[in-house]
Design a binder for this molecule. Structure first.
Ligand code: 5AD
Length: 354
């Protein structure tokens, strides 16, 4: 099994030689093929609410952003989108929202139970830092997985980008550990190139993925949103030699290194990557360590409102304007995977072990 040290991670993050980088992509792609194989699992992403009570300094959904029109999908809308995921042949539906307490624990538990009893889909939740009782309730209702990126583990940077809620001071890394204990397949991840993020700090994050033994790891470049403090450049950058750039290339390095430290993890080529390179981002991510794609299932009237950053691209899911499946976009996705020698995974695409 490939093992890679903290020092190696630091060195790779600063590597700029194209030939050496080509050998990194090659190693990551080999590890990917030998562990999780050629099947790309599709997870339908459904953004069920853009309300958020938190004040994260990077995110367009932050409570302080008064410009954003807010929405919350109702049960009927959620269920019809879930059936779109099923008809498109996906194995998983991901329900994501801001940290929205208008989404009550019991209400979402009922929806999870419905999805689990009416479909064969795996259910992934990405609902922010909810209290333990909600996390347990949803797990008991049948939710399989939970995603919560810790964004950065840097003790100086973390509070600057992620102010705590008034009554809660738990670090997301601790919540990630708690999610594993509750019994979720657990995903986390980071943003790349946050102002103030240095190379050693990023290397420690990647190293932490391994220590946490994560099942899923999502990483993407930080993309400035003008209606946020970070997007208005209120956070100090490090001197150029220290500051991690929020580039496409740096994202590929992190994906490749993540595959080497966590060979069996499910690693998506993320929407943020598709945003910085609309035509090649997903494909290239999949060739440099990633094995998951998350097509967007959100009904089109809500899509532009889930604006965590501007010009958010999406991997076109099957729901057209009317919520009806567009077979052409699905065929197009299959074709793109086929072009790079990959197949579409069947089943739920659970984390593989051993
Ligand atoms: N740029 C890039 N990624 C962002 N996210 C939130 N805001 C931004 C941004 N401005 C990411 C965070 C979050 C995920 C859902 O989206 O990592 O966990």
């Amino acid at each position: 099994m490939t093992r890679i040290s903290y020092d190696d991670i630091c060195a790779w993050l600063r590597e700029d030689d194209p030939d050496r980088l080509a050998s990194l992509w090659e190693r990551a792609d080999t590890v990917r093929r030998e562990t999780v194989g050629d099947a790309v699992h599709l997870r339908g992403l459904l953004e069920i609410s853009n309300h958020c009570c938190r004040m994260c300094t990077y995110c367009g959904l932050r409570a302080g952003n008064r410009k954003l029109r807010r929405y919350r999908m109702d049960e009927g809308e959620i269920m019809s989108s879930v059936f779109n995921a099923l008809m498109a042949g996906y194995g998983t539906v991901v329900l994501q929202a801001g940290e929205d307490y208008g989404i009550e624990g019991l209400w979402l538990a009922d929806i999870v139970r419905r999805i689990k009893s009416e479909t064969p889909l795996a259910v992934t939740l990405s609902m922010g830092e909810r209290p333990q009782k909600d996390l347990v309730l949803w797990r008991d209702a049948g939710a399989d997985r939970y995603l919560l990126r810790f964004e950065t583990s840097d003790p100086v940077l973390y509070p600057l980008i992620h102010p705590s809620a008034p009554d809660r001071h738990q670090h997301r890394v601790d919540i990630v550990r708690q999610l594993k204990q509750i019994g979720y397949e657990t995903g986390s991840g980071i943003m790349i190139g946050i102002p103030g993020q240095g190379y050693e700090s990023l290397a420690r994050d990647i190293h932490l993925f391994e220590a946490l033994d994560l099942d899923m790891i999502g990483v993407g470049p930080y993309i400035p949103h003008p209606d946020t403090p970070m997007g208005r450049n209120e956070l100090k950058k490090l001197p150029a030699a220290e500051q991690v750039p929020n580039t496409e290339l740096m994202t590929y390095k992190v994906i490749a290194l993540t595959r080497m430290v966590c060979p069996e993890a499910n690693i998506p080529a993320t929407t943020a990557l598709a945003t910085v390179n609309r035509t090649e981002g997903i494909k290239t991510g999949l060739r440099r360590g990633a094995n998951i794609v998350m097509p967007n299932l959100t009904p089109v009237q809500y899509r532009s409102l889930y604006e965590i950053y501007p010009e958010k691209g999406c991997i076109e899911g099957p729901s057209g304007a009317s919520g009806v499946i567009d077979p052409r976009s699905l065929y197009n996705l299959y074709q793109r995977l086929h072009d790079i020698g990959r197949t579409v995974g069947d089943g739920q695409g659970n984390r593989r072990r051993g």
